[in-house]
Ligand binder design. Structure first.
Ligand code: PLP
Length: 394
């Protein structure tokens, strides 16, 4: 009998979003017709920019004519799009060659697939609270996970320490779920730590476009990162591509371990295991980086940011401690009066019909915290903020 990957038996049921769905369903069955204010999901709500839609339509038309038809695309991405993305990094004074940029079908795919490059014996350091996929992808691969909890004392931005036995280091900045962003100095500590140990940082930059203060958008803004980091990014949150699927991964040519070159390994991996991202989607993705596309996506981001402002104002007025909101589409608040995450979830749902995400679902140190997403409808966000204020000022 074939043996299956037994590591799957070590996965914990991802009860977080399932539990939320169950609880809201029960509530609606008991209270039919009640309107809910959904501030829980990490999915965008605004449509694609018109520059992207025009490019997608044109690309479909190209595929309909013999003269402009494209068959297989290069596995690592269309050279023009790889160049366009490399140019995008120039804004941050990061010099990349197009061969260091890989066009992908999104960050989640890459976060899972990239693990193919590392030995099963390597350890993965995951800073918590964390995006659940980091943990699960490493459990599936049978890798030992080192959980690094964070909290209010370090602003949910933990630093390295000598006793951490880490080979792969996950950094998500701006962070999901806390919205916290590492400074250059803090990232430099992690880069130095990784270079000293020969570890590799996997930097998830999915929310870089939400940064408005003077904080690093890319790990490659940090000196020394070219010899220890991979950056995984996506147009999902930046440009509303969650259901369209384009992302990119940056692997410097300088990144080597034990005589093996990571960029060359990834080229080999992609050319073996994929046939690239579709021509149509790459054209749509390229439109994001045009001046028109940038202007349009930033108009949408500004709408989400305004949602964050509305919520932050209420939390400030209530004197509630929170993180994020300024440079990220998430607000991570401390539950009032020492309440637990799920207790606060129930209170908001039952009393004011607001649905958020209990922090405990992102790791044990998230207990006592609550995540609001600012990707929702502006009118609903205003009403939810009004209700939160009314409930908590009682
Ligand atoms: C949403 C999100 C992504 C993006 O995933 P895609 O697969 O590109 O849609 C990546 N990382 C984090 C932390 C996210 O929250």
């Amino acid at each position: 009998m074939i043996r299956l990957n037994e590591n799957y038996q070590n996965l914990k049921d991802s009860y977080l979003f399932y539990n939320i769905a169950q609880k809201t369903k029960e509530y609606l069955e008991e209270n039919p017709g009640k309107k809910l204010y959904r501030m829980g999901i990490g999915d965008v709500s605004l449509p694609l920019a018109s520059a992207v839609c025009t490019a997608l339509h044109t690309a479909v038309d190209d595929q309909s004519k013999k003269e402009s038809f494209h068959g297989y695309m290069p596995e690592c991405g269309a050279p023009s799009l790889r160049q366009t993305i490399a140019d995008y990094y120039k804004k941050r004074n990061v010099k990349l060659s197009p061969e260091e940029v890989f066009v992908s079908s999104g960050a989640s795919d890459e976060l899972g697939d990239i693990l193919d490059l590392f030995s099963k014996e390597s350890t993965a350091l995951i800073m918590e609270p964390a995006y659940p996929a980091y943990v699960d992808a490493n459990i599936m691969a049978g890798r030992k996970i080192i959980h690094l909890p964070s909290g209010e004392a370090n602003g949910f931005l933990p630093g390295p320490s000598a006793e951490l036995d880490a080979d792969l280091i996950y950094i998500c900045s701006p962070n999901n779920p806390t919205g916290a962003v590492f400074t250059k100095e803090q990232l430099k500590e992690w880069v130095d730590f990784a270079n000293e140990r020969g570890a590799i940082i996997i930097f998830d930059a999915a929310y870089e476009a939400f940064i408005e203060e003077n904080l690093p958008h890319s790990i490659f803004e940090i000196e020394g990162a070219r010899s220890c980091a991979i950056e995984i990014c996506s147009l999902s949150k930046t440009a509303g591509f969650t259901g369209t699927r384009v992302g990119y991964t940056v692997i410097p040519k300088d990144l080597e371990r034990g005589g093996q070159n990571v960029n060359a390994m990834w080229v080999r991996n992609r050319t073996t295991k994929t046939n690239g991202v579709s021509y149509i989607l790459q054209r749509g993705g390229a439109a994001v980086f045009t001046p028109e596309g940038q202007e349009q996506i930033h108009r949408n981001i500004a709408i989400y940011k305004n949602n964050a402002k509305v919520l932050m104002k209420v939390l400030d007025e209530l004197g509630i401690t929170y993180f994020g909101g300024k440079n990220a589409p998430y607000i991570w608040m401390k539950c009032p009066n020492g309440m637990g995450s799920w207790e606060f979830f129930d209170l908001l749902l039952r009393e004011i019909q607001v649905v958020g995400t209990p922090g405990e679902g992102f790791g044990a140190c998230g207990e006592g915290y609550f995540r609001f997403s600012t990707f929702g409808d502006p009118e609903d966000t205003k009403e939810a903020a009004r209700r939160i204020k009314e409930l908590l000022s009682k």
